[in-house]
Every structure is written in structure tokens, then in C-alpha cells.
Design a binder for this molecule. Structure first.
Ligand code: UDX
Length: 454
């Protein structure tokens, strides 16, 4: 953790996260980091999914974009499930005037160095330009994923987005050989000009137009991708492994259960599988039961996060037959994930491959099983399986035998030992990158100097 610099007056940085857990966490970690480096912090946020402000007594919070309860464009939107993401379309289309007004007030009251927004807030670039305010972008997924998104027009042109011939799913993607065609199909949209395709296209365009890009990653993890990014994007890139500096606990939107720790403490090293599918995924009851049976059949101990709402049509885990989980398993609603991953009893992580989860696992040297549901998750899974080689690709077929086999491959088999060794080596590389003169250390220093130069 960093020392605070109290001697000089603090310069203010405004941060504007996307209001979803996987985006709030890295932005608040970045805010903590910049505060520790001597900057004042203002967070712009929607009322929707607002983090607990009392966890951040040193930050100023300003709530924007959804203060009007009568604005039916927003008040009619559900707060859970995928439809909650429709807010992104509304705010990106209609949010500029309100954001400009808010920024004008802030700029009039004190000196602001820059604004840092989530890359998916693409509408913020023109607002920042109109105020001559430098805008940096926080991209919350990998460099590899960004380059894949930037290639969508090409993928569309090659016919991958609207593929009729299902025999081609296992083919390598032309011009992007790490990916398989099925990884692109998994995204579930048909054209680079449909609403999600357009939003991602705008995200790429306005990220390239920004004054700088901050990535939750480190150079040694994605070296070829970094070379491409540096070649293709004039704005400087800064790669900082946030989980190595701060945990994401203080920005958790759900209460974290800690009651399982005495049980976890008693388990032998590397003997427990941690299972969590992130903050937005859902499964049918039938698939939920297959997951439960697969875990039990693997005969490994497990700690399973089942978020309320994960099982469609159920409040929590009601469909589970009594006694199925037995003594080997613990089920909780939400956990302090990074602490769990850092625990010596944890031997592997079965994940939906959201970038935060994937990267937190890398930072703790924990091998993974990948079951991507949507979006960047398929890209993360592919890269981690085939390039970094730190896990096995299971997918979302949800059959108990396949599940128990995958668990045993990683936890018990010789193959798993090799995968776990790769994960340990990657963690060491992350650790070395943070030492004085290391790539992540230098990147953070450059970012601080860059922001201070505005
Ligand atoms: C979403 C997308 O799924 C993901 O692909 C994209 O990269 C970011 O937005 P999410 O589903 O929330 O993210 O997954 P992920 O990116 O893994 O973030 C989940 C966060 O919740 C992690 O920081 C994790 O530590 C935290 N978490 C998860 C907990 O604190 N407790 C839990 O029990 C589970």
C-alpha cells in the first residue's frame, strides 16, 4: 500500500465509473491509488448502484444523470439482470448536457487536473473536449479484449457476427488467430452496427481520442497486445494491476459474508475450489442443479458464491435438494473475493471469466476453470486458456460429468499441477513488476507525472 503525500496542496481528479460492480471496483481502486499519490478525488456517480460513500470519507461524491424520479427513460428500467445495462444507452445518448453543467461547476470552484471515465462512457469525450479538460479512460477489461472489440468491423465483414454455418465454430478467427469463431458468436449480437456493436465501436473510437488509457493489467501479461496498442493509439497507455494495491471490498454493492473463514482456515492447502460467476450472471434451475451435482461428484471441497438472483425464478438456493451439498461444500451469497483467492486453502477458481475475477486470480496465482457467459468473458477465457495457460476452458454446457471432470483436471490431475505452476509464475511476474524499476511501478509513476503535468 502507498504512503500518502501530504506536503503539497492536492490537485483534483474527477473519476466517473460505469455503475456496475465490475466497473465500480477498478475505478474505486484507481481512486484510492491516486489519493495515496496526493490527488484530491471527486467521484461522479449515478444514484443507481451507488457505492457506500461512508467507506470513502476522503472523497467527494456527486450524483448525476438519474436525479429526476419522473424521467421515465430511466425510472422504468429494471435494476437487475441484463436489462439494467440499458441505462448505458440512455446516458450515452442524453447525458452530455448534465455532465457539462456539473463539470462547469466543479471547474469554476477549483483547479481540476483531468477527468477519468470508464471507457464505455463514450459520450464524455466531446464534453471534456468542449471544456478543454483532459479526459483519460479507464478500460476495465484486458488489452486483448480491446483489440478484439476494435476488430469488430473486420469480424462483421468476414461474416463471423452473423454466422449461419455452425460447423465453423471451432475455426481460428482470420487475422486474430488466438480467438475461435465461437468466441465471437458467444457475444450474441449480429452486426457491428446493432446497438451494442455501435456502443462498443464508439467506446473504441473515443478511447483512441482520449488523452490516455489506464488498464487493469501488467505488461508481462499482455506484451504483444501492448505493442499493438502503442503502435495503433497515440494516447499513452498505463498498465497498473489494481488488485496488487487495494482490494475491492470497500466498493462492494452487496454485503460480504465472512462466516466461512473458520471453516476455510481448517482446510489443507490448495484443497478448496472457489466458485463464483460474478455480479450479473443468471442460470436456469436445471443448470444450477447440474452445477451443484458436478461440484459434489468432483469429490473436492468447495466454497460457492450463489448471488441472490443467480438462479432464475428463485430467491436464492431453494431448488437445492436437502443434504446434496454435504460437508465438503459451503454456499454463501457474496464473499470478500480477493481475500478468498489469497487464502492458502484455495486451489483453483471456477469463474465466469469477468476481467476483475480473472485478474484477481492471476494476481493471487490461482489456477482457473473458465465458463464465460457473455461479452469479454469469452475473450478472457480464450486468452487465459491458450496463451497464458493458467486454466481449463469448460464453457457453459452445464453437464455434471463435464463439470466434475474439469474440476478434477485442475485440482487433482497432473495437468492441473502444470497449470497451477503457470499461475504461480504469472503471479511472481506481477510481483516483480511492482518493484522499483519494474514495469507496473514505472507505469504508475508515469501516470502520476502525466496527470500532474496537466
Ligand atoms: C462485468 C462483466 O461480467 C465483465 O466481463 C467485465 O469485464 C466487467 O463487468 P462482473 O460480472 O461483475 O463484471 O465480473 P467481474 O469483472 O469479475 O467483477 C466482479 C467483481 O465482484 C470482482 O471485483 C470480485 O472481486 C467481486 N466479487 C465477486 C466479490 O467481491 N464477491 C463475490 O462474492 C463475487
Amino acid at each position: 500500500m502507498e504512503n500518502q503525500t501530504e506536503s503539497k496542496p492536492r490537485r483534483r481528479v474527477i473519476l466517473f465509473p460505469l455503475p456496475f460492480q465490475g466497473h465500480i471496483n477498478p475505478m474505486l481502486q484507481l481512486a484510492n491509488l491516486l489519493y495515496s499519490k496526493g490527488f484530491s478525488i471527486t467521484i461522479l456517480h449515478t444514484n443507481f448502484n451507488a457505492p457506500k460513500t461512508s467507506n470513502y470519507p476522503n472523497f467527494t461524491f456527486r450524483f448525476i444523470l438519474d436525479n429526476d424520479p419522473h424521467d421515465q427513460r430511466i425510472s422504468n428500467l429494471p435494476s437487475h439482470g441484463m436489462a439494467a445495462f440499458n441505462r448505458l444507452f440512455v446516458f450515452n445518448e442524453h447525458g452530455a448536457d448534465e455532465l457539462r453543467h456539473e463539470l462547469e461547476l466543479l471547474l469554476a470552484s477549483e483547479q481540476v487536473s483531468c477527468i477519468i471515465t470508464d471507457a464505455l462512457w463514450h459520450f464524455t469525450q466531446s464534453v471534456a473536449d468542449s471544456l478543454n479538460l483532459p479526459r483519460l479512460v479507464l478500460r476495465t477489461s484486458s488489452l486483448f479484449c480491446f483489440l478484439a472489440y476494435a476488430s469488430f468491423p473486420l469480424f462483421d465483414h468476414l461474416g463471423y457476427l452473423n454466422l449461419a454455418d455452425k460447423t465453423r465454430l471451432e475455426e481460428q478467427v482470420e487475422g486474430f488467430p488466438v480467438l475461435k469463431v465461437k468466441d465471437i458468436v458467444k457475444l450474441g449480437f449480429k452486426s457491428s452496427t446493432d446497438p451494442i456493436g455501435q456502443m462498443l465501436g464508439n467506446m473504441v473510437k473515443q478511447t483512441k481520442a482520449s488523452s490516455g488509457i489506464i488498464w487493469n493489467s501488467f505488461k508481462e501479461l499482455e506484451e504483444p497486445e501492448l505493442e499493438t496498442v502503442i503502435r495503433d493509439i497515440p494516447a499513452p497507455s498505463f498498465l497498473i494491476p489494481f488488485p496488487k494495491h487495494f482490494t475491492a471490498s470497500s466498493s462492494s454493492l452487496l454485503d460480504q459474508d465472512r462466516t466461512f473463514f473458520p471453516w476455510l482456515d481448517q482446510q489443507p492447502p490448495n484443497s478448496v475450489l472457489y466458485v463464483s460467476f460474478g455480479s450479473t450472471t443468471e442460470v436456469d434451475e436445471k443448470d444450477f442443479l447440474e452445477i451443484a451435482h458436478g461440484l459434489v461428484d468432483s469429490k473436492q471441497s468447495f466454497l460457492w458464491v450463489v448471488r441472490p438472483g443467480f438462479v432464475k425464478g428463485s430467491t436464492w438456493v431453494e431448488p437445492l435438494p436437502d443434504g446434496l451439498v454435504g460437508e465438503r461444500g459451503r454456499i454463501v451469497k457474496w464473499a470478500p473475493q480477493q481475500e478468498v483467492l489469497a487464502h492458502e486453502a484455495v486451489g483453483a477458481f471456477w469463474t465466469h471469466s469477468g476481467w476483475n475475477s480473472t485478474f484477481e486470480s492471476i494476481c493471487e496465482g490461482v489456477a482457473m476453470i473458465f465458463s464465460p457467459f457473455m461479452g469479454d468473458q469469452a475473450f478472457n477465457s480464450r486468452y487465459m486458456t491458450d496463451v497464458s495457460k493458467v486454466g481449463v476452458y469448460l464453457g457453459t454446457v452445464w453437464e455434471r460429468e463435464e463439470i466434475s471432470n474439469a474440476v478434477r483436471r485442475v485440482m487433482v490431475d497432473e495437468e492441473g499441477e502444470c497449470i497451477r505452476e503457470n499461475a504461480r509464475v504469472l503471479k511472481q511476474k506481477a510481483d516483480v513488476s511492482l518493484m522499483k524499476g519494474g514495469s507496473s511501478y514505472e507505469s504508475l509513476e508515469s501516470l502520476v507525472a502525466y496527470i500532474s503535468s496537466f
